[in-house]
Design a protein. Structure first.
Length: 319
């Protein structure tokens, strides 16, 4: 019988350093002096021993066993009798899950700011969202709380439904069958009325294409005038209607007209805008008229003085 002496292995790193309590994470253990032996294994928390896959003298891979939330030591053995004593630890975290996303849809061009609601979200640089399953590229996520985060939908080449998943460690992703729908990019071709009073209430029809969402509810449809958002009503996938809100800024106190951008959102968050603007017009006021007297047959040219008069085809006088 021969006894072979080998250099003592040593653990220097773990990738990732955390994972869910249900296990299954493929943990890469880096170090030195690893050998491809039948007894090669990893030990977690001084108790759970699992088989290790030899990659190179400086790397092995182990599949994490299930464990309660907490921190455990990770060591490697070549013979199941002697273990490294490097003191590196792995953190077991609560199982993450996705419950809902808002909004539920957005254009294929991407750029939709999506709020993901769920559980077990960890505030770290490894927190990511993924649209479209394993073939999708993880995108940055902004941690809001353990139950909510934000991420921006990436652009995609096709319409359709894609899964939304979250990872805390860039390796283990949720699998809760929550989806986001990519839809055609809507567009606006015209607005039916170009001007109206500052008090609001003008009924406007906005025409365009793909103005109907198949995923977001009709209650999400919105129009936007400047910074103000109002509820809109579908006519078809080519037209929506809405009432202009009252102009709340003080600009119209000094000038007769004030123009604002006009937009439409299918999901209540992301707006597209018309090329033309809507012009708010301050109500005209009459201060005087000259002359004030004329013959019964009429015909006198009357000059009306006042404020907030607008030059346009609809200007008229009423006697």
């Amino acid at each position: 019988m021969r006894y072979t002496y080998v250099a003592a292995p040593r653990v220097t790193g773990l990738i990732p350093k955390s994972g869910p309590v249900n296990g299954g994470t493929a943990l890469t253990v880096t170090g030195e002096n690893f050998l491809d032996t039948a007894a090669l294994a990893c030990r977690f928390g001084g108790q759970d021993v699992v088989e290790a896959k030899f990659v190179s003298p400086t790397s092995v891979v182990c599949t994490l066993p299930m464990h309660k939330v907490g921190v455990v030591g990770v060591e490697v053995t070549l013979n199941r009798a002697q273990y490294t004593t490097s003191g590196l630890t792995f953190t077991y975290e609560p199982l993450a899950g996705v419950v809902a996303v808002s909004p539920a849809s957005g254009p294929v061009a991407g750029g939709t700011l999506v709020v993901v609601v769920g559980t077990g979200f960890i505030n770290s640089g490894l927190l990511k969202c993924r649209f479209g399953g394993p073939s999708g590229t993880p995108v940055a996520a902004v941690w809001l709380s353990a139950t909510a985060l934000q991420c921006t939908s990436p652009a995609t080449g096709t319409e359709g439904v894609q899964s939304v998943e979250v990872t805390n460690n860039m390796m283990d992703f949720t699998s809760n069958s929550v989806h986001f729908t990519y839809e055609k990019q809507p567009s606006i071709s015209s607005i039916s009325v170009a001007a109206g009073p500052t008090g609001g209430g003008t009924n406007i029809t906005i025409r365009g294409s793909d103005l109907l969402s198949v995923a977001s509810p009709a209650s999400s449809l919105r129009c936007k005038f400047g910074l103000q958002t109002v509820v809109a009503t579908h006519i078809s996938d080519k037209a929506v209607t809405c009432l202009t809100p009252a102009l709340t800024i003080d600009a119209h106190a000094e000038i007769a007209t004030y123009s604002v951008a006009v937009g439409v959102s299918l999901n209540g968050f992301q707006f597209i805008y018309a090329a033309e603007q809507f012009e708010y017009q301050a109500p005209p006021t009459v201060a005087g008229a000259s002359p004030r007297v004329d013959v019964l047959t009429g015909g006198a040219v009357v000059t009306v003085s006042g404020a907030s008069f607008v030059n346009g085809p609809g200007v008229s006088c009423k006697f």
